[in-house]
Design a protein around this ligand. Structure first.
Ligand code: CP
Ligand code: NVA
Length: 307
């Protein structure tokens, strides 16, 4: 049966570990498994802009010997020109996998339901699983033991926050989340993460006060205040999120060795200041690089070829 990659919560801790060890191998030798996707084609259906996700998937598939087709919003007009179901059934006859970036998470689920080939979630309004896996892989490169780490996310309880939470609880990391009251993480995601945390021993704590949350943290993570699709709320959010900015003063409360993370694109001067983003504590471009290695490992897990 085909396997999709839609949410980190669907992976076992063992599968996450295997992806990380494969990504490590691929990072050492980018051309390893260079024939794994020979003769295979992967479509990227993107309804939102992208730098990292699009480029890292295109380069990654190429390095594994496969071919990509980028489909921008107006190319297939998913769900407008024809139904998601018909797109899924048609594309399954040509392709070997689909990466989709879209708005409503249900679009990803519907595409996966009617596709007979693996579907990878390249970001929905609810989740950004490829990002979170790469991020935790990046933390793992820098620390001795993941389950001693406290990861503190500061900002909007959005797709990136949700996927980080799923990844953290799956592997036993502790996570703190500081958001304004009306921007807390999604209730179902939180409930499901708490459920997983009971089994893995992760501690999840929610805060409204960023200073309290950041205190003694090992990793501090932020993302844009207004995600793609929320552009109309930019001004309103700028007023609400001001005190959630990651700046030197806030960061001074964390451990001196704190790692600073951002999925990018960053709005320098809003959710993160230049001096923090460019400081030696910042690992944002390691995160960006690791998207390539981790996604190649995900592709190999779903499409085989590295055996
Ligand atoms: N972090 C991330 O997904 O970047 P893009 O939106 O540029 O793909
Ligand atoms: N939360 C952001 C992540 C971008 C990679 C967004 O959805 O726009």
């Amino acid at each position: 049966m085909k396997k999709d990659f839609i949410a980190v919560k669907d992976l076992s801790a063992q599968e996450i570990e295997s992806i990380f060890s494969l990504a490590k191998e691929l990072k050492k030798d980018r051309l390893k498994y260079g024939d794994a996707l020979k003769g295979k084609s992967v479509a990227l259906i993107f309804q939102k802009p992208s730098n990292r996700t699009r480029v890292s998937f295109e380069v990654g598939v190429f390095q594994l010997g496969g071919h990509t087709i980028y489909l921008k919003p107006e190319d297939i007009s998913l769900g407008v020109r024809e139904s998601i179901k018909d797109v899924a059934k048609t594309l399954s006859r040509y392709l070997d996998a689909i990466v989709v970036r879209t708005f409503a998470h249900d679009i990803v689920l519907e595409l996966a339901k009617y596709s007979s080939i693996p579907v990878i979630n390249g970001l929905s309004d609810l989740l950004h699983p490829c990002q979170a896996l790469s991020d935790v892989f990046t933390i793992k490169e820098k620390v001795a033991k993941l389950n001693n780490v406290t990861l503190t996310y500061v900002g909007d309880g959005n797709n990136v926050c949700h996927s980080l939470l799923y990844t953290a609880v799956k592997i036993g990391m502790n996570m703190r989340i500081a958001t304004p009251k009306r921007y807390v993480p999604n209730k179902e995601v939180l409930a499901s993460a708490l459920d997983i945390a009971k089994k893995t021993g992760s501690k999840i704590s929610l805060f409204n006060d960023p200073e309290e949350a950041v205190k003694d943290s090992d990793v501090v993570y932020t993302d844009v205040w207004a995600s793609m699709g929320k552009e109309k709320e930019v001004w309103k959010r700028k007023m609400i999120f001001g005190k959630y900015q990651i700046n030197k003063k806030l960061l001074s409360l964390a451990k001196p060795s704190v790692l600073v993370m951002h999925c990018l694109p960053a709005h320098r001067g809003q959710e993160i200041t230049d001096d923090v983003m460019d400081s030696p504590n910042s690992i944002v471009f390691d995160q960006a690089e690791n998207r390539l290695h981790v996604q190649k490992a995900i592709l190999l897990m779903l499409l085989g070829g590295n055996k």
